[in-house]
Write a protein that binds this ligand. Structure first.
Ligand code: UDX
Length: 441
């Protein structure tokens, strides 16, 4: 089959490469010629394990190409995926839909034969129907243009695996306008769904849009639930990690996404719960989601708690202290620093007068662009040199496997704050360090 993918960020580039990996002919489209040039030469413009191999294999096989030309894209295929970003609007909670609108407004006038536009981006409920009307209005093919929604659930760091082996595939179609969307999408994903290995769920448009934001809202709530409990643990001396282990054995609860610590960040969970609240308000259902405001607040409180623990670790005042922050990406196996708890904490420490040195194995370039005033080190040892306290903010394996003896020769004070509860507290304490975790007594 042939398809195009508009947008070549985390979502679009992964989808384009993975659809080619399934054997289809794919044209990735982006307005940024720099990204198109990089991808065309086999270079992934961001860090995503395994993606470069899939990209190069399919470029070499001639199944995958990239372009900036919408006209070429309209001529190339009748199935067009929308994979552009929907960031949070500046200064308000709602999603900024300018990129999805811009793709539809530019592509639709070029559609002079029947076509299906399938959205993958996370959008406020109601967007797909609105884009459908707009596309039919602008396209010479008019009513022969369909809009469907196939939300993407991929996690950064596991993007290839999640796309090629998803938990489920959801497709929302406009039941009032039966068309080819279901048939085309079933054909595209046939190798994933034919033996029932991946459940395929057909819904209406608003349900498909809501599945995605509800999933992210649930995950965010699960993390904030355990982080709220960790506040109670701190007040009582209980250990939230042992508690989460015990809770997780209940199959109805499950252990995943119960890791207490510095909380969630990134380009999805924080902005998605905010956009969800904003949209519910517009729909007159704002009371339904007021709990998400609390989910957001609990999450942000963990960041200030980390600053509080760092302050204690250096004896009560951050002014003039040297602090090493290990981690800048919002999670390991990613170079994404959007709404990163690690950088947020580093920035707050600096505001309080600490000299902060940040190290991350992959996210230093992105961090420098976003927070140019922080100091960046090129290794753990360099970041920790003369540190009065070491903060572990992102659980990269390189940090999880650190031993106290690795840091003993370089630090000034043996104090560690474990923002991801991933170190062995007993080991560090036995080695003479003062260990502090979030929610650990
Ligand atoms: C998320 C969803 O998981 C994915 O399905 C959706 O498509 C996009 O949003 P992603 O943002 O890549 O994916 O990261 P995820 O692995 O979900 O982690 C989100 C944040 O939660 C990270 O900052 C992570 O450190 C934090 N987290 C995760 C916790 O604090 N505790 C946990 O137990 C799990």
């Amino acid at each position: 089959m042939r398809c195009t993918v508009f947008g070549t960020g985390y979502l679009g580039a992964t989808h384009a490469a993975c659809m080619a990996e399934l054997g289809h002919e794919v044209l990735g489209v982006d307005i940024d010629p720099g990204k198109v040039a990089k991808l065309s030469s086999g270079e992934v413009p961001f860090y995503e394990p395994g993606l470069a191999d899939v990209l190069r294999r399919n470029l070499d096989a001639g199944r995958l190409q990239f372009t900036t030309s919408y006209a070429d894209a309209a001529a190339f295929a009748d199935l067009h995926f929308l994979g552009v970003g929907t960031p949070q609007k500046k200064g308000e909670y709602g999603a900024d839909l300018r990129h999805v609108h811009s793709v539809v407004d530019t592509l639709a006038p070029l559609l002079d034969r029947p076509a299906v536009i399938v959205g993958k981006s996370t959008v406020p409920v109601g967007t797909a129907a609105e884009l459908g009307s707009r596309a039919r209005l602008l396209a010479p093919a008019s009513d022969a243009v369909e809009v469907a929604w196939n939300p993407e659930f991929l996690r950064e760091g596991f993007a290839v695996e999640d796309t090629l082996r998803p938990d489920r595939l959801v497709l929302g179609v406009d039941h009032a306008r039966p068309g080819r969307a279901e048939a085309l999408i079933r054909e595209l994903y046939v190798s994933l769904i034919d033996d029932g290995a991946v459940p395929f769920l057909l819904t209406d448009l608003p349900t498909a849009e809501l599945v995605k934001v509800s999933a992210n809202a649930f995950l965010a709530t699960k993390i904030s639930f355990i982080n709220a409990i960790s506040e109670v643990c701190e007040a009582t001396g209980a250990d939230v990690t042992a508690l989460a282990d015990a809770l997780g054995y209940d199959a109805r609860i499950g252990r995943r996404f119960l890791n207490a610590g510095l909380g969630f960040g990134g380009g999805c969970l924080p902005k998605d719960i905010r956009a969800f609240m904003a949209r519910a308000g517009e729909l007159g259902a704002n009371q339904a989601l007021t709990f998400l405001r609390e989910v957001d607040s609990i999450n942000m409180r963990r960041r200030t708690k980390m600053v509080e623990l760092a302050t204690r670790a250096v004896g009560g005042s951050l002014l003039g202290s040297n602090i090493a922050v290990l981690g800048a990406a919002f999670k390991p196996e990613s170079d994404d620093v959007r709404d990163s708890p690690a950088l947020n904490v580093a920035g707050m420490l600096q505001l309080h007068g600490a000299v902060v040195s940040v190290y991350d194995p992959k996210a230093l370039d992105n961090s420098r662009r976003l927070f140019p005033t922080l100091n960046y080190a090129t290794s753990v040892a360099e970041a920790c040199e003369n540190a009065d306290a070491v903060l572990l903010a992102t659980e990269w394996e390189e940090f999880v496997s650190l031993r106290p003896s690795d840091l003993d020769p370089v630090v000034r004070g043996r104090s560690i704050v474990d923002g991801r509860n991933c170190l062995d507290a007993d080991e560090w304490s036995a080695a003479g360090w003062v260990y502090r975790g979030l929610g650990r007594g």
